[in-house]
Design a protein around this ligand. Structure first.
Ligand code: SAH
Length: 238
């Protein structure tokens, strides 16, 4: 009997994996994933079979994982949470009768939030600026409405070589709805090697260091910076 675990391995460092994720990897005979993510969990893989593919091979990767899971215990890995811009959705869309279990993980916004303070303490949303599968007009509409709705916004996939200007344009949309002193955090490689974080405001924001390994968090109208920490109040009287 085979089984497929869809494992969120967290932001990268092994300390931030759930015990359940570690157990699933240990129990698996085959590990499937994007080459770079497999490296994060190398110490757990030992002599297991590994099927690793490049960045854009998602459909092929899922097909292979489902095929293998017909008679083997297999883990397909995503960084962060497998159900947030990860592999869980595609696996469930493609699944026929294979047994599948999704294991959640610490997503990039939670990881980054813990580094810069407590920015996500109130209603918040994730928006990916990747237009590979979402039209840019729809992305901008979501940014605009999230800003109007006073959500704290976490921007995933904020900037790549192919779309150097989207982040600037989306920050301009947000500026139409927020004060210049609204905190903005840029966290690169949260909770893994190469971690770097900077807290700006909407006025001082500089996107020159933002890349695909970074996440950008924009506060709501109540967010503020205290002793270098980005805080969004929940509303308690203190
Ligand atoms: N499933 C992942 C997200 C995949 S989308 C999760 O739940 O975190 C890929 C984007 O996530 C990257 O472009 C980046 O914006 C963000 N990201 C993932 N890991 C990150 C990390 N450790 N630090 C900062 N951003 C990260």
């Amino acid at each position: 009997m085979g089984k497929l675990y869809v494992v969120g391995i967290g932001p990268g460092g092994l300390d931030y994996m759930t015990l359940k994720a570690v157990k699933a990897i240990e129990e698996s005979e085959v590990i499937v994933g994007y080459t770079k993510y497999i490296e994060f969990i190398n110490p757990l893989i030992k002599d297991k079979a590994v099927v690793s593919t490049g960045m854009r091979g998602e459909v092929e990767r899922c097909k292979q994982a489902l095929e293998l899971a017909k008679d083997k215990v297999v883990s397909i890995v995503s960084t962060g949470d497998a159900g947030i811009y990860g592999m869980a959705g595609l696996i469930l869309e493609m699944r026929e009768d294979e047994e599948v279990e999704v294991i959640p993980g610490v997503t990039a916004s939670s990881a980054a939030a813990s580094i810069v303070g407590a920015p996500l303490m109130h209603d918040n949303c994730n928006i990916s600026l990747s237009d590979l599968m979402t039209p840019y007009d729809l992305i901008k509409k979501r940014v605009s409405l999230a800003a109007e709705g006073d959500f704290i916004i976490s921007l995933y996939n904020p900037k790549s070589h192919g779309r150097p200007l989207y982040l600037k344009e989306c920050m301009d949309i947000i500026r139409n709805h927020r004060q210049g002193n609204t905190p903005v955090a840029v966290v690169k490689n949260a909770l893994r090697d190469g971690e770097k974080s900077t807290i700006f405001t909407l006025e001082t924001f500089d996107d020159s260091e933002v890349d695909m390994f970074s996440i950008v968090i924009i506060g709501n109208s109540k967010s503020y910076i205290k002793d270098g920490q980005f805080i969004t109040p929940r509303g308690y009287q203190v």
